[in-house]
Design a protein around this ligand. Structure first.
Ligand SMILES: Cc1cc2nc3c(=O)[nH]c(=O)nc-3n(C[C@H](O)[C@H](O)[C@H](O)COP(=O)(O)OP(=O)(O)OC[C@H]3O[C@@H](n4cnc5c(N)ncnc54)[C@H](O)[C@@H]3O)c2cc1C
Length: 547
């Protein structure tokens, strides 16, 4: 028989790659959420970013950086310590492009003050689009951006760091930070005996002239090629925050010894290390004994980014699912025209619309918090609630998105398998689910009146939406129970759903009605698509999601 008989390579009924799209212009819910929260003027800049990150070249970089994972080079061939981690060039390219767009510092002025305007919203839109392509490299990007909030407690140090951190250059050379064109900053809090409970940190700090020497370990310290880390250690007056650079002031490599890299479920382009400090040089950030109060400023911002990234992952899942369904035929009809698939996709589109509206509303509160106490209260109460709801919803969502592509969704050549493995980490790190609920309760107990004011505002913003007034009553009652911790997940989820309904109402009132009807007035069924939407609403949701 001739070779041709066996040729199975006439490929048809497969969707073309979802590449070379403008991730901004193709995403009306994003565009409208950015506009509703003050960022409309940045449309040109965001579209340029969207075209670059939606290109086939960026998709390749994302794949390559995850297939070729970082390698720890502990020693050189002659036995000298190196403590360097090597990354694939694609990782460095993505770092450079994110830095070039200012994603690692654009919310700060040159001297490290909040930039104001809509800088949080605009930067969040970029972070959201980059997350649709590759989230591993965003770990050092988010930590660097967030570190400025903690460094603000030590103005002399901040003023030395900002001229390097505040450039749009990415400089991966392994040299002292003060000699570089740009820098990145990581964080080390988690130790073997405690991650949530950082008060149990055993790493200790001893004064050495104007600086300190730190001895101990960290069990998770991501992005180990950062130029410096904010670490917690016990000093004379208690747990304290320190700035620990990779090089000591005399130019010698600091005593930061990496033990190994974590073998992680996802987030594979990014290295996460186990590390020991052998009398490592460090400078104090903030007062001795006030370490948690100092580093929590940074953590608040990384929590915000966790929610943005999870929303981005879900957006990517939705876009790939919808794109595939519009090209793939089953039983002589495109999947996108099959009523059951339409119900699944529309319900998913509604979830993403609400998530992005909510996340952008949160970012507006970060923009306005320095000058507006009400927005500051919104930020404090809603950051943990939104991180909880958005991040925890991502793994289930991405599983469903993967299933929309059938078998193709499950294989590693496509992006959805990677997104699925990536999805849980945003909920786990920087305060896992229960910890976020406890944080909401803490905000309530510390500022009950401000929080009551926020719930009152949300009530006004959701007036007339199905189930909204019952949700408000439920939240108020649950939070005032003496055993509120027992029902905290119930109440925090309701709070996030109420806030999402309010945020969506400001962008798309019809979709806020649908969202509230299926999520507030009733418990959303366990599976996407178990809803009864009118044909007109399905068409509207899907057209907005991807024209
Ligand atoms: C990929 C990755 C990267 C990371 N990078 C870093 C990094 O760069 N720097 C860093 O410092 N850390 C990092 N971490 C660590 C991460 O922040 C911690 O794993 C996280 O904070 C949880 O701490 P833990 O692992 O000690 O779990 P635990 O603190 O033991 O918590 C276990 C579980 O108990 C729950 N829990 C805790 N307290 C309570 C309570 N009072 N009531 C009810 N439930 C509770 C938590 O929600 C969690 O589900 C990283 C983790 C991962 C997975």
């Amino acid at each position: 028989m001739s070779q041709a008989v066996f040729a199975t390579h006439e490929v048809f009924n497969q969707s073309p790659p979802f590449e070379n799209v403008d991730l901004y212009a193709a995403d009306r819910p994003l565009l409208e959420a950015v506009g509703a929260n003050g960022g409309a003027a940045a449309e040109g800049e965001l579209s340029e970013f969207g075209r670059l990150w939606g290109s086939g070249a960026m998709a390749d970089r994302g794949r390559l950086a995850n297939e070729n994972t970082p390698k720890l080079r502990t020693f050189d061939a002659r036995g000298h310590r190196r403590d360097e981690v090597e990354f694939h060039p694609a990782y460095h390219q993505m770092m450079a492009l994110s830095a070039h767009a200012g994603v690692h510092h654009a919310t700060w002025t040159a001297d490290g003050k909040p930039a104001g305007g809509a800088s949080e919203v605009i930067r969040a839109a970029k972070f959201y689009m980059a997350a649709q392509v590759e989230t591993g490299h965003l770990c050092p990007i988010t930590m660097t951006r967030a570190s400025v909030a903690a460094l603000a407690e030590q103005p002399d140090l901040l003023s030395r760091v900002m001229p390097v951190l505040g450039t749009r250059s990415y400089d991966p050379t392994f040299t002292p930070w003060w000699t570089k064109r740009g820098m990145t900053v990581g964080m080390g809090m988690t130790e073997k005996q405690g991650g949530t409970d950082v008060r149990s940190n055993m790493t200790w700090a001893e004064p050495d002239g104007n600086a300190y020497r730190i001895t101990g370990h960290k069990w998770f310290m991501s992005a180990p090629m950062c130029d410096a880390f904010l670490v917690l250690a016990q000093a004379e007056e208690g747990l304290t925050c320190f700035f620990m650079p990779r090089f000591a002031p005399d130019g010698s490599v600091n005593a930061i010894h990496f033990q190994r890299l974590k073998d992680k479920l996802g987030n594979r382009s990014n290295a996460s290390s186990e590390v020991e400090f052998h009398g490592a040089y460090a400078e104090r950030v903030g007062e001795e004994g006030k370490g948690i109060r100092t580093i929590i400023q940074m953590v608040q911002l990384t929590r915000q980014d966790c929610a943005i990234a999870s929303a981005g992952l879900m957006r990517s899942g939705l876009a790939h699912a919808l794109h595939h369904a519009r090209h793939r035929s089953v039983f002589q009809k495109h999947l996108a025209d099959q009523p059951l698939m339409q119900a699944v996709l529309a319900d998913m589109a509604l979830h993403v619309e609400a998530s992005i509206a909510l996340v952008m509303r949160l970012c507006r509160s970060f923009d306005r918090a320095p000058a507006d106490p009400k927005e500051a209260a919104y930020m404090r109460l809603l950051t943990p609630a939104i991180k909880y709801w958005v991040c925890k919803s991502a793994p289930g969502f991405l599983y469903e998105a993967m299933e929309c592509l059938g078998g193709n969704g499950y294989v590693e050549e496509g992006i959805l398998a990677r997104h699925y493995r990536e999805a849980p980490v945003n909920a786990i790190w920087e305060g896992s689910g229960n910890v976020m609920c406890l944080d909401v309760l803490r905000a309530l107990s510390r500022e009950p009146e401000a929080v009551a004011g926020i719930v009152h505002e949300l009530t006004g913003e959701t007036l007339g939406l199905p189930g909204a007034s019952d949700a408000t009553a439920f939240i108020t009652k649950a939070f005032s129970r003496p055993d509120s911790e027992r029902v905290a997940r119930l109440a925090v989820e309701k709070l996030a759903l109420l806030a999402a309904s309010a945020a969506l109402n400001a962008v798309s009132p019809r979709h806020a009605q649908l969202f509230a009807a299926t999520r507030l007035a009733a418990n959303h069924p366990g599976m996407y698509g178990a809803v009864d939407f009118a044909t007109k609403d399905i068409g509207g949701l899907l057209e907005r999601a991807l024209p």
